[in-house]
Every structure is written in C-alpha cells, then in structure tokens.
Design a binder for this molecule. Structure first.
Ligand code: DX5
Ligand code: ZN
Length: 240
C-alpha cells in the first residue's frame, strides 16, 4: 500500500508544529524525521527534544531516519521520545542484527537504510526481521538533491527479495522524490515515499503538495495492478 512520508527536514522550523499538523490534515500517514549527527553525514539536523515536542501534536506514524554513527547508542531514547519506526543505516551499525533486535525489544518497528553505493546484499540476511528497507536515492545528509535513477534497479531487486521472503516489509525511498520522479520509484517497487522539498516548497500549500504527490503515487501503483501485480512489473523492468 502506498504511503507518503513528508520529511520535516524541509519544513519551516519557525512554525514546525503548524507544518506537522498540516501534513496530518492533508492525509499523510507517516512523518519522516531526519536525525543527523554531523559524523555519519556532514550535517547536523535535530534530535530528541524536537521529536518530543511534536509528538503530542500528531498521531501520524513517526518514521525516524537516524543518519547517526553507531545508532544503537540512541535507539532507546528515540523510542521514548515517540518514534514508531526507527530506521538505522546498515553502514553505521557495528552489529546490525543486534541493533534491529534492540529496536524490537523496545516495541518499535525497525527499518534498515542503505546508501546509494551499498549493495542489496547488505540487507539480505536481515529480511527475516526488518519491518522496512529504506533505499537512499540521494547521498544522505541534505534535502533538495536530485533523484538517482540508477537506484531503480536496486529498488526492483529489493522488492523481489522481499517477495521471496514472504514477509510484509515496507520498501521506502528517500531523496529527490517529486512529481517528476515519484512514478519511476513506485514502478520500481517502492511503497513508502519520503518527500521533503516536494512537500515544503511554498510553490503550493503543504496540503496541495501532499494531495498531488499522493495522487500521482497511487496512479502509478494502479498501473502496477493493471499489469497483473508488482512481480510482473519487476520482471518487465529488468528486461529493459
Ligand atoms: C536526506 C534525508 C531526506 C531529505 C529528503 O538525507 O534523508 O529525508 O529530507 O529531502 P528531499 O525530498 O528534498 O530530497
Ligand atoms: Zn530521510
């Protein structure tokens, strides 16, 4: 099922609360929250106090993307602040398997993110327990970058691996998702679409942008259904 996840990294922090509530009002199911440590990625964004402050304003699923080195140090506190899904980078964890176990022991869903240069094998042996795989379609650290279409084959491969696992695992894409790129991401097999500058760009209201993006994504997913399911589309794409 298609879900849009507005990324507050591009929100107006002078009225973050209002922006968050506007996302929910427009029907967003997930709120994507980018935590950056200045180590794993060059930039520093925000952390626990901000998540804690916005938690009472919304019942959206808080999808916390930790761009943090050795994230197992913080998952407990991030959970306490109100995260529903905690996503860690495969590249940033010394012991990925135990980090995912720790997130589950806190009663939260666990996601695994991989950078553009990281092969699909990095998540292969974690599909038995991951709730979500996040394919970065830009290099992590900043909003407003260009979608790397080269990642489409990776999305396709992971969708196929998920299908083979027989488990219900979400496949999220993050970076450069906008009206021009959302369709190729969905056609490749993504079902959770992070969207930062595409939502908070002031060209239109947050609500209008969410509406446009959701409609385009659902339409693309409908095309998949017309083609007799996702697996068939994967095969077709691979043969191109
Ligand atoms: C980038 C972050 C993204 C970012 C996406 O490292 O992980 O979530 O907010 O921004 P856009 O949608 O503008 O590429
Ligand atoms: Zn993100």
């Amino acid at each position: 099922m298609i879900k849009l996840a507005p990324s507050i990294l591009s929100a107006d922090f002078s009225h973050l609360g209002q922006d968050v509530m506007e996302c929910e009002k427009a029907g967003a199911e997930l709120l994507h929250i980018d935590v950056m440590d200045g180590m794993f990625v060059p930039s520093i964004s925000f952390g626990m106090p901000v998540i804690r402050a916005i938690r009472p304003l919304s019942s959206m699923t808080f999808d916390v993307h930790m761009m943090v080195q050795d994230p197992e140090r913080y998952v407990e506190e991030i959970a306490r602040c109100g995260a529903d899904i905690i996503t860690v980078h495969a590249e940033a964890c010394r012991h990925l398997d135990s980090c995912i176990q720790k997130i589950h022991s806190l009663g939260r869903k666990a996601g695994i993110a991989i950078d553009p240069a990281t092969p699909v094998s990095a998540v292969k042996y974690e599909l038995y327990q991951a709730d979500m795989i996040l394919v970065m379609t830009v290099n992590p650290g900043f909003g407003g970058q260009k979608y790397l279409s080269e990642m489409n084959t990776k999305i396709l491969k992971i969708r196929e691996m998920i299908r083979e696992s027989g488990r219900d695992i979400d496949l999220e894409v993050d970076g450069g998702i906008n009206p021009a790129t959302v369709e190729e991401a969905v056609h490749s097999g993504a079902n959770v679409l992070v969207c930062g500058s595409g939502v908070f760009n002031k060209k239109a209201s947050i609500g209008e942008n969410i509406e446009i993006m959701t409609a385009l994504a659902r339409k693309a997913a409908g095309e998949i259904a017309e083609n007799d399911g996702n697996a068939n589309v994967c095969e077709n794409e691979e043969n191109r």
